[in-house]
Design a binder for this molecule. Structure first.
Ligand SMILES: Nc1ncnc2c1ncn2[C@@H]1O[C@H](COP(=O)(O)OP(=O)(O)OP(=O)(O)O)[C@@H](O)[C@H]1O
Ligand SMILES: Nc1nc2c(ncn2[C@@H]2O[C@H](COP(=O)(O)O)[C@@H](O)[C@H]2O)c(=O)[nH]1
Length: 217
């Protein structure tokens, strides 16, 4: 048995949810830059692109007709209406990445997380990001300066409803200092990768260890 096979493992499906503006996108970008085992699930959405957002990188920006078609053809792992727009996770790229042993990161809301939980089972790790305060959440949404005032207000109005789902998650991080939050996120991922159930090579490794025992003693 090689060291490689003992360390082989199933990929994680790492979900991050939060009220809008708490910092999921920022943390996701940091993680993708620092960890080549992690790939992002790029969602499809009917919302308009923000300045600087790229089709295929930040989202697949699609029409309502195309979104409907994706649902009808079973192309989405989950989908939901969030802030009056439709969002969904394309199935194909997620399955391919997991088959390649990658960890897949999802920036999705509580509705999508509940749907993934029904199908993903043990592969799912759910992290909820909280802002240090409501005032700071609003401050971040405004400082991001990418949404018009009515959109910021709509997102603030929905914050309480999103936060009310915090206890459905495995981990909850208060994103006050970004560096500190990012470090704690990395610790979670490291520990989750070591879980016994995600390491199919362990049983055989242990069997071989036992066979190495000196016999007749
Ligand atoms: N710990 C932090 N301290 C200060 N500012 C932060 C922190 N984390 C994120 N921000 C800033 O807050 C703003 C919102 O962050 P981000 O876009 O990552 O939120 P989000 O949760 O992805 O929001 P959405 O759900 O709307 O996509 C950004 O301008 C980001 O730079
Ligand atoms: N259920 C899903 N929720 C998603 C998906 N992609 C993004 N989202 C969530 O929507 C809101 C708003 O996102 P924004 O980019 O418009 O700010 C946010 O909470 C995301 O987590 C998805 O595929 N499924």
């Amino acid at each position: 048995m090689t060291t490689k096979s003992v360390s082989s493992r199933r990929g994680l499906m790492l979900v991050m949810s939060s009220p809008s503006g708490a910092g999921k996108t920022t943390l996701s970008r940091r993680l993708l830059e620092s960890d080549s085992s992690v790939v992002m699930s790029v969602s499809a959405t009917t919302r308009e692109p923000r300045p600087g957002e790229e089709n295929g990188k930040d989202y697949f920006f699609v029409t309502h007709e195309r979104f409907r078609e994706m649902i009808d053809h079973g192309e989405l792992l989950e989908h939901a209406v969030v802030f009056e727009n439709r969002y969904g996770t394309p199935r194909g790229p997620v399955m391919q990445a997991l088959n390649e042993g990658k960890d897949v990161l999802f920036d999705i809301d509580w509705q999508g997380t509940q749907q993934l939980a029904e199908s993903a089972g043990d592969d799912l790790v759910r992290v909820f990001i909280l802002p240090p305060s409501v005032a700071e959440l609003e401050n971040r949404l405004r400082k991001r300066a990418q949404d018009p005032e009515n959109v910021v207000q709509k997102r603030m109005a929905e914050a309480e409803s999103e936060i009310s789902h915090w206890a459905e998650y495995d981990y909850v991080l208060v994103n006050d200092d970004l560096e500190d939050t990012f470090e704690r996120l990395q610790v979670i991922i490291k520990a989750e990768r070591e879980r016994r159930r995600r390491r199919p090579g362990l049983s055989e490794f242990v069997r071989k260890l036992m066979d190495e025992r000196p016999k007749n003693k």
